[in-house]
Design a protein around this ligand. Structure first.
Ligand SMILES: Cc1cc2nc3c(=O)[nH]c(=O)nc-3n(C[C@H](O)[C@H](O)[C@H](O)COP(=O)(O)OP(=O)(O)OC[C@H]3O[C@@H](n4cnc5c(N)ncnc54)[C@H](O)[C@@H]3O)c2cc1C
Length: 382
């Protein structure tokens, strides 16, 4: 039994069936993809800030590339190239150190001098950077297409998908749902921004939160042709962008945003996002917006995923992609399926990633992933 029909729960249910489990039931309180998974920006990056992040990015990208052969459709992975520019000497030192770690794990990342940065990205205001790291194999998926792809995979592989069925708690040998009890030998708990609540229903304390995150898409412009615009992450500002339908899709996290569910567009913050984007990509200053949305993104206090069996409950596995479900989701899902079935996985070493890394107050003993949006450090506003 898998709880939650987002990218983590759905791919996990699919991998459980692939592993030969006879009956796999997926319960989703609404409809498949209604959470963060259909609303994401789709960025898929192997340039992770920790070895765990890199390995999950590598695994997930490989999965996106083989989907068409495996399931007959795909999540729309587009290899676009991703530039992480440096603006200070401290950025340069950190980037070079990260690059060595990433390259050692097999990521084809390279250093670009300031002139090369301007060459690779002619829309960037020239002379702004001290160089940057670039990986030509990073890219993006189309999140609604990923929901369609996992829907196909679930149905084709014979997972029983129960929409509009909410998880209410664990019972002996099964789970309690809004539609009654269902037998289950193994239970995988997901929930994205709602994972803490799902955990509470299971009697678990899971330090995971949700916070508003905003994305917009500009009008088209010939300068923004996808052939000449790599994806870019301005890490210090928490601003990223990528090509989308002839314009730019850009997103930015507000570090002062209070934790909690929120899907209202914040016009003031949008204006700040636009100003930062225009400073770096001047052509966008004169462009209107074709789409704007705000949605609740999931996070964990150390911005690292949660993959592990629940303490004291060997038949229950918990999985969170910590706000990186497009770039890590399939890897997290596969690792969670393996852990649920056998207690281990060859995707990555999950031993540090369980719930036991958090203390009573939700503080992690792991160092925070340095390449992440500026998520809050607390998990609730109270
Ligand atoms: C605006 C935005 C932009 C993003 N951009 C990126 C990006 O560029 N790259 C990237 O890697 N990640 C990105 N993310 C993050 C990514 O979308 C998430 O990490 C990922 O979708 C989480 O997947 P999930 O399956 O854990 O959660 P979700 O997709 O939220 O799915 C959880 C599901 O559980 C269900 N559920 C909750 N409670 C219950 C219950 N009691 N019973 C049954 N079902 C329940 C929910 O209805 C939901 O459908 C973005 C997120 C947002 C919001």
């Amino acid at each position: 039994m898998v709880v939650g029909g987002g990218t983590v729960g759905a791919w996990c249910a699919y991998f459980l069936r692939q592993a030969g489990l006879g009956r796999v039931v997926l319960i989703e309180k609404g409809h498949l993809g209604q959470g963060a998974s259909s609303r994401a920006a789709g960025v898929v990056r192997m340039q992770g800030g920790t070895p765990e992040a890199v390995l999950l990015g590598l695994w997930s990208r490989q999965f996106y590339l083989r989907q068409r052969d495996e399931i007959g459709t795909d999540s729309g992975f587009t290899e676009q190239g991703y530039l992480l520019p440096c603006f200070t000497e401290a950025d340069v030192a950190a980037a070079r150190e990260r690059m060595a770690m990433q390259a050692a794990l097999g990521v084809p990342v390279r250093w670009l001098d300031p002139g090369e940065v301007d060459q690779v990205n002619p829309t960037l205001a020239p002379g702004q950077t001290l160089g940057g790291t670039f990986c030509a194999q990073d890219g993006y998926i189309t999140p609604p297409r990923n929901v369609a792809a996992y829907t196909v995979a679930l149905l084709r592989s014979g997972v029983e998908v129960l929409e509009h069925v909410a998880f209410r708690g664990l019972t002996r040998g099964g789970v309690e749902t809004s539609q009654g009890r269902i037998d289950a030998g193994l239970v995988v708990l997901t929930g994205g921004p709602k994972l803490a609540e799902v955990g509470r229903l299971a009697g678990l304390r899971i330090p995971a939160g949700g916070v508003r995150h905003q994305v917009a898409v500009t009008e088209r412009h010939p300068d923004l042709d996808p052939g000449r615009v790599p994806m870019v992450f301005d890490l210090a500002a928490g601003l990223y962008w990528r090509p989308e339908e002839g314009g730019l899709l850009f997103g930015m996290s507000n570090p002062d945003e209070p934790p909690g569910e929120n899907r209202e567009v914040d016009e003031d913050y949008l204006a700040r996002m636009r100003a930062r984007l225009a400073a770096l990509v001047p052509v966008t200053a004169g462009l209107g917006l074709r789409r704007i949305w705000a949605a609740t993104i999931d996070y964990t206090p150390d911005h690292l995923p949660i993959i592990g069996r629940a303490p004291g409950l060997d038949h229950v596995t918990v999985a969170s992609a910590a706000g990186a479900g497009m770039m890590w989701g399939p890897g997290v899902a596969r690792a969670a399926a393996d852990v649920a079935l056998t207690g281990k996985t060859d995707v990555l070493d999950v031993s540090p990633l369980g719930l036991d890394r958090f203390d009573e107050a939700g503080h992690s003993r792991l160092a925070t992933d340095p390449i992440a949006l500026p998520f809050p450090e607390r998990i609730s506003s109270s």
